[in-house]
Ligand binder design. Structure first.
Ligand SMILES: Nc1nc2c(ncn2[C@@H]2O[C@H](COP(=O)(O)OP(=O)(O)OP(=O)(O)O)[C@@H](O)[C@H]2O)c(=O)[nH]1
Length: 289
C-alpha cells in the first residue's frame, strides 16, 4: 500500500481545479474561466483499497500579495508545498515557458516534482513536444506527464507517475472518505460558483459567501448563507430588479446543492454590505480565510 500527500501547483488558470475534478470525479473544486477563484486549499482523497491513497491539495493561483487576503493565500501555497510527498507543477502547454520555468525553479522544492503539461488538446504535436523537451531538461523535473484535464486524458498515467514517488504506508483517512473539508464549505463554493456564472467581471472578486446555518431536518436540509459585498451598488446588482437576480442565483445554487447532497434543500440567501472586508484581519478570520 502506498499513501501520501500530493500538491497541485501552478499559475492561475493552469487547470488545477479541473485536474482535481478529473481525478476525483466529484465537484470538489470550483471551476471558472476567471482567475483567482480558488481561495482555499482543497483536499480530496483518491483511494484504491489495498493499493494506494493519494491526498491531493489544490493551491490558490500565484498572485501578488496586494491585499491581505492574497498574502494569506501565498502563505497557504508555501505551507502546502512543504507538506507534500510529491508536487505536481502544472503548466498550460500554451503558456509562456520561461515564465513558468522561473516560477517553478524559484520554489526550490525539496520534494520530487512532476511537471504536468496540461491542455494538450489545444495544440498540435510539434508544439507539445517542444514544450515537453524544454521542461524535461530542467533540474526540478523528475518526470513529465502530458494530459488534458478537461478531456480526462492520460489521468491514469499521471496516477502511475505519482505512485512511483509515493512512500509505502497505511491510509491516513478512512477508505470511503472523499475529503476532510466540511460539507458547509462545498455549499458555500457552490453559491460562489453561481455568482461567477451570473455576474460580470467585477462582482465575483468583491464577494464572499459565508454559510451560517446548515441544519438537517427530516425531509430537507435548511441552509442559510450570507453573500458579503463591499458596496451598496454591488448589493443592488446582486439583488437585480425586484430581487430577480438573487432569486435566480438561489434557484441555480439550490439545484446544485441538492444534487451534491442528494437531498432536498431549503436555501436562504442574504446580501450584506461590509465595506472593508478584504483588508480587515478580523473579517478574514470570520470568513475562514
Ligand atoms: N482546453 C483545455 N482547457 C482546460 C484544460 N484544463 C483546464 N482547462 C480550462 O482552463 C480554465 C482554468 O481551469 P481551472 O481548473 O479553473 O484552473 P486553476 O489552475 O484551478 O485556476 P485557479 O483556481 O485560478 O488557480 C478553465 O476554463 C478550464 O476549463 C484542458 O485540459 N484543456
Amino acid at each position: 500500500m502506498k499513501a501520501g500527500f500530493v500538491n497541485i501547483f501552478g499559475k492561475p488558470n493552469a487547470g488545477k481545479s479541473t485536474l482535481l475534478n478529473a481525478l476525483l470525479g466529484e465537484k470538489l473544486a470550483i471551476i471558472s474561466p476567471k482567475v483567482q477563484t480558488t481561495r482555499h486549499r482543497i483536499k480530496g482523497f483518491l483511494t484504491e483499497p489495498g493499493k494506494y491513497q493519494l491526498i491531493f491539495s489544490d493551491t490558490p493561483g500565484i498572485i501578488q500579495p496586494k491585499y491581505k487576503l492574497q498574502e494569506r493565500m501565498m502563505q497557504s501555497v508555501k505551507s502546502a508545498l512543504e507538506d507534500a510527498d510529491v508536487a505536481l507543477l502544472m503548466a498550460d502547454v500554451a503558456d509562456n515557458r520561461e515564465e513558468n520555468n522561473n516560477l517553478f525553479a524559484s520554489l526550490n522544492l525539496k520534494v520530487p516534482c512532476i511537471v504536468v503539461l496540461n491542455k494538450i488538446d489545444k495544440l498540435g504535436d510539434k508544439r507539445i513536444n517542444d514544450a515537453a523537451i524544454f521542461y524535461k531538461s530542467q533540474p526540478y523535473c523528475k518526470k513529465l506527464v502530458q494530459i488534458s484535464a478537461l478531456q480526462k486524458a492520460h489521468i491514469d498515467e499521471l496516477i502511475n507517475a505519482i505512485l512511483e514517488y509515493l512512500p509505502e504506508g497505511e491510509p491516513f483517512y478512512p477508505e470511503d472518505d472523499m475529503t476532510d473539508l466540511p460539507t458547509k464549505f462545498f455549499v458555500g463554493e457552490m453559491v460562489r460558483e453561481k455568482i461567477f456564472e451570473l455576474f460580470g467581471d467585477e462582482i465575483p472578486y468583491h464577494t464572499a459567501v459565508m454559510v451560517n446555518e446548515f441544519k438537517e431536518k427530516d425531509t430537507l436540509v435548511k441552509i442559510q448563507a450570507d453573500i458579503i459585498v463591499q458596496r451598496e451598488s454591488q448589493k443592488g446588482i446582486l439583488l437585480g430588479e425586484g430581487g430577480k437576480m438573487i432569486k435566480q442565483l438561489g434557484t441555480l445554487a439550490r439545484q446544485d446543492i441538492e444534487k451534491f447532497l442528494q437531498q432536498k434543500v431549503f436555501l436562504q440567501l442574504f446580501i450584506k454590505v461590509r465595506p472593508k472586508w478584504r483588508d480587515n484581519e478580523l473579517h478574514l478570520k470570520e470568513y475562514g480565510y
